[in-house]
Ligand binder design. Structure first.
Ligand SMILES: C[S@@+](CC[C@H](N)C(=O)[O-])C[C@H]1O[C@@H](n2cnc3c(N)ncnc32)[C@H](O)[C@@H]1O
Ligand SMILES: [Zn+2]
Length: 238
């Protein structure tokens, strides 16, 4: 009889214990199987593959997009964003980066905060492949931010969201009552030159400005729990 052990989940124990089933919301645990009989795979790279059929395969960033972003970020152009996030998160222990891509900022944060652990969620398997191996104190799951996040209530001391979709009710559920949410959105002239050259959409200030208000309508907590920062290129904070 062959011993068929699958790939190992690369994830801090406390975060693995907080994973929930994306179908029925029961606890999943390290084995990625819930009491309702739903089970999920650990990918070869060590992330938990928690997308359901409700999210079309291929959602989120493609392989090339993920690789291009990683090449750009590795040159350090956006490191001031990671440094600013890490400063704000001093003293926090469980940090979840929602729509976190390759885990670039989470890696910077965990390097600065030796007692913290982290998790990247992203709908793109290409991003999750990299995020799963980004830092020894972090893990990754594929998950759709427009659906229920596969995490228990009040899992996170801090959520970060950098240039990625935001789901206020879910952020509220997953954050601890004392938690903090850090949102980074583009300023109106973010990447203006390449956007103009390529005929891409402008950043709509009404949309990014509206979001802290959207949070306020779904949160019993006061707005200072949100730290919204807008960035443009090169990395200046507005
Ligand atoms: C502009 S990138 C930012 C990635 C990362 N936060 C960073 O700044 O490096 C947007 C990310 O959101 C992810 N994304 C898009 N739609 C998503 C969804 N519905 N649920 C979760 N992630 C999503 C993409 O795959 C991509 O990694
Ligand atoms: Zn289930």
């Amino acid at each position: 009889m062959t011993n068929r052990t699958g790939p190992e989940l690369r994830m801090p124990a406390s975060l693995a214990a907080s994973l929930t089933c994306p179908v029925c919301a029961r606890p999943l645990g390290r084995g990625l199987t819930c009491a309702g009989g739903h089970s999920f795979d650990v990918a070869r790279e060590g992330y938990a593959s928690l997308l359901t059929g409700a999210t079309p395969p291929g959602s989120g960033d493609s392989r090339d997009m993920v690789a291009a972003r990683q090449r750009f970020q590795e040159r350090g152009h956006y490191d001031p964003i990671g440094r600013a996030l890490a400063e704000e998160l001093e003293g926090r222990h469980v940090i979840v980066d929602v729509g976190g891509g390759t885990g670039h900022y989470l890696t910077q944060i965990l390097t600065a905060l030796p007692d913290a652990v982290g998790l990247t969620t992203d709908v793109s398997k290409f991003a999750a492949r990299r995020a799963a191996r980004a830092h020894p104190r972090s893990g990754a799951v594929t998950a759709d931010s427009w659906r229920r996040l596969p995490l228990a209530d009040h899992t996170a001391d801090a959520l970060i969201n950098v240039f990625a979709p935001r789901n206020a009710p879910e952020f509220h559920r997953v954050l601890r009552p004392s938690g903090v949410l850090l949102v980074v959105t583009p300023a109106p002239d973010h990447l203006r030159e390449p956007r103009a050259a390529l005929g891409l959409l402008d950043v709509d200030p009404a949309r990014t400005n509206a979001w802290p208000r959207a949070w306020g309508t779904t949160s019993r907590r006061s707005p200072p729990a949100i730290c919204a920062s807008r960035w443009n290129w090169p990395t200046r904070r507005s």
